[in-house]
Structure formats: C-alpha cells, structure tokens
Design a protein around this ligand. Structure first.
Ligand code: GDP
Ligand code: MN
Length: 393
C-alpha cells in the first residue's frame, strides 16, 4: 500500500528524521480562513497524490506572495494531476501539504527497499538526487551506490561512513546521516515497509540534512498488524475497479490487455494469463476469485470484469475442486440477469471452461442460455477462442 507524503512525513517526525514545519489542508477544510491565518510567510504548496514526478507537472508550487496562497491552494485542490508516473488519466488531489521554504545547497537521493535477490534491505544512495534521478540511473549508474543491511548484524558504522564519503558529506553531516539512516531503518522494520524513499534529502545553507520529500510503500501482507497504518489507506488514489475488488475480497490486478480473465486459484490464474500470452493475446486483468469461491462471488467478479471498458472477451476458467461448477455457472447467469435488469447490455463474448466437480451440470446450465456464452472443453482451445473473439470484437 502506498501512503501520501504528508503521512510518511508524520512517521518521519515520530522517528526523529528531520523534516520542515508544515500544514495539511484537505478539500473539506475552510481553505480561505486557514490561508488567511498563515499567509504571512512564504510556503511551498505540494499536491498529495500517490505518484512522483509532481515537481515537473505543476504539483509543487512556491508561493511568496501572500495574496496568491488561497487561490494556489484552491486550484491545486481542484486538480487531477497528471505526472510521468500517474498514467494519462491522472490522480485526484484531495489534500495539499504546505511546507515552509528552505534554502537548498545540495539534493541527495536516499532509499531503502527489500532486495529479493539478497534477501536483505538495500540502501540506495546518490549524491545527484532530485528530480532527474531517473536520468542519473539510466545514464550514469556509477553514481548510484548500493549497500545491504544484514538482518542479524544491522546497519554497521563502517557502512554509514562509506555512504557518507560516497555522498561527499562533511564530518558533521555524516553524524546527521548516521542518525537518519538508523531511524529510517528502524521505521522500515517497525512498519513492515517495502520501500522508503527520500528524494531529495537536502543539505541546507547551514549544513543541515532535511528530508524534503517522502515516499513509503507498505507490505500489504503485514498490514493486518498495523492498525494505525491501515488508516492511511486512500481509496481515491487507487484504480477504481481494483478498489471495488479489494472491498469484495477478490484478488484483482488491472493489466493492459483486452481479455478479461475470471479464474479460481492464483496458480491457475497465472497459468491462464501465461496461456493467453503464449497464444498471442493480452490479459486485461489478473483475477483469482479464491479457491472455495461462491456463486455470489463469481457474480461480483463477473460484473467487475465486465465493467472494464478495455475488455473485449472474457475467459472464465474454473477448476472445481472444492467449489462446484454448477454454482459457478449459476453465478455467471445471475450476474448477466442482474446486469440486464439494470439495463447494462453485455455483448462481450464469454468463453467458459468448467472442469472438475459438477462440470457437466454447469455446462448444461449454460447451454443455450445466452448467445454470447461459448462453452469449451480444453484449456488451450479456450485461450485461442477468447483471443480470436477479442480480435473480431
Ligand atoms: P516530486 O517531483 O514529486 O518528487 O516532488 P518533490 O517533493 O521532490 O519536490 C520537487 C522539487 O521541488 C525538489 O526536488 C526541490 O528541488 C523542490 N522543492 C521542494 N521543497 C522545496 C523547498 O522548500 N524549497 C525549495 N527552494 N525547493 C523545494
Ligand atoms: Mn521527490
């Protein structure tokens, strides 16, 4: 789960990582009167969206003129911000973070993330941080340094010194860096993070290190043990179909293709996507309705996948182990009926492969019920038909 910069900075504050004094304003707040009380100083106004690249997209604005504060905040709060990382549909700005201005003499890149290869937390740093870090990574990768933290030994003093020298920091700054790295690692472990990124970590005119930006990604599988962090969830920043799926308890991930997939079991869902790709098609989603799924859940899954406008054919692939195939077939019919009642016409062809418990009963239920349901008996044949139907749609 991603969280906002202002939420990440609140955590930084708890862990003693230096941040600037700030103020959060939300859409429902009385923007005018808040701005009236704080306008006697200059602010930097920052759009809170779950994406980077805001600086280059008008999402970070310096306001020095007191008369401009209210209008800048208001117009930012009405925005849908499109950055390099949001996709062309952008993300809605419901919250802005106002921070005091600071002098900047250097911008450093600092991140910690889980490195699956080494099974350790990696520290990634560069002396050339800031808004062009992607360019540095691509064209001057020798300027990016990686260190690993051994889970038993923890962060070692010699590693901190190495990082400090690589970042060309002075002695007093390396001391500050040591505190920041230790606190950041503690936060990383305590909160079950998968990524913490500070870009830029700045050096101000007095030689002080301050986190100017903050990005945190939390491990979803560990969220159950962090009540407080769960409250950071912001549904407005999620793909809407993914958000609905989460509410329904379905494992759904939106993909770029046009073949909707409804499958039970994550392994079979992966195999289904592999086979679709193998035969030259592109899946529109990953969807695992669960091992012991129900008629209702299949109906919900079906409505969900049908609501995706890029879907041109649907491939339903169910192996009935615990689940009975006749219930799955009934779930599909229920969803179609409900959509019909709500005047949603569904012309999308649906290729259905039912195997296992009560497969024959399931197929019988589907026979002749609807012209756009195509029952198949073979996995590869199902994938090929779904692809062909998507092409001709
Ligand atoms: P991002 O583009 O989404 O990563 O947003 P950042 O929070 O990193 O802000 C983009 C850039 O704005 C930073 O790299 C800084 O150069 C600049 N910036 C952010 N805060 C301040 C500030 O308080 N003072 C000044 N002068 N520049 C700032
Ligand atoms: Mn940044």
């Amino acid at each position: 789960m991603n969280i906002h910069e202002y939420q990440a900075k609140a955590l930084f504050g708890d862990y003693g990582i230096p941040i600037l004094s700030s103020r959060v304003i939300k859409q429902d707040d009385d923007v005018q009167s808040i701005c009236e009380t704080i306008k006697d100083q200059a602010w930097i106004v920052k759009a809170q969206v779950h994406a980077g690249g805001r600086g280059k997209a008008g999402g970070v604005v310096i306001v020095r003129d007191a008369g401009q504060l209210d209008s800048t905040v208001t117009s930012m709060l009405e925005k849908t911000l499109v950055t390099k990382q949001t996709g062309e549909q952008g993300l809605p700005v419901n919250t802005v973070l106002l921070e005091e201005l600071t002098s900047i003499t250097r911008e450093i890149y600092l991140a910690m993330l889980i490195d699956r290869g080494s099974k350790q937390v990696a520290i990634i740093t560069s002396a050339e941080g800031g808004m062009d870090i992607e360019h540095v990574a691509e064209h001057a990768s020798e300027k990016i340094f990686t260190h690993f933290i051994h889970p038993a030994a923890g962060l070692q003093p010699n590693q901190i010194r190495d990082i400090g020298y690589a970042l060309q920091l002075e002695k007093s700054q390396i001391k500050q860096l040591a505190t920041i790295l230790q606190s950041l690692y503690q936060l990383f472990v305590d909160c079950d993070c998968s990524l913490v990124e500070i870009n830029p970590l700045i050096v101000n005119a007095e030689g002080g290190l301050i986190a100017l930006d903050a990005k945190i990604n939390l491990d979803d599988n560990a969220l159950y043990r962090h009540q407080k962090l769960q409250e950071f969830y912001d549904v407005s920043q999620q793909n809407q179909v993914e958000a609905t799926a989460k509410k329904l308890g379905l494992n759904y991930i939106k993909l770029d293709g046009n073949i909707g997939c409804i499958v039970n079991g994550a392994g079979l869902a992966m195999a289904t996507m592999d086979l679709v790709k193998h035969h030259g098609g592109e899946p529109a989603n990953f969807l695992d309705v669960g091992g012991g799924t129900s008629q209702e859940k299949v109906a919900e899954a079906f409505k969900l996948v049908s609501s995706d406008k890029s879907v041109q054919s649907i491939f339903v692939n169910i192996f009935g182990g615990i689940v009975r195939c006749n219930l799955i077939a009934q779930g599909i019919l229920d969803a179609q009926k409900e959509m019909g009642e709500n005047e949603i016409t569904l012309n999308t062809p649906i290729v259905v492969l039912l195997q296992g418990t009560n497969a024959e009963e399931g197929k019988k239920l589907l026979e002749d019920k609807s012209s756009n349901i195509i029952p198949v008996d073979d996995f590869a044949d199902g994938a090929k038909q779904a692809i062909a139907l998507a092409i001709s749609a």
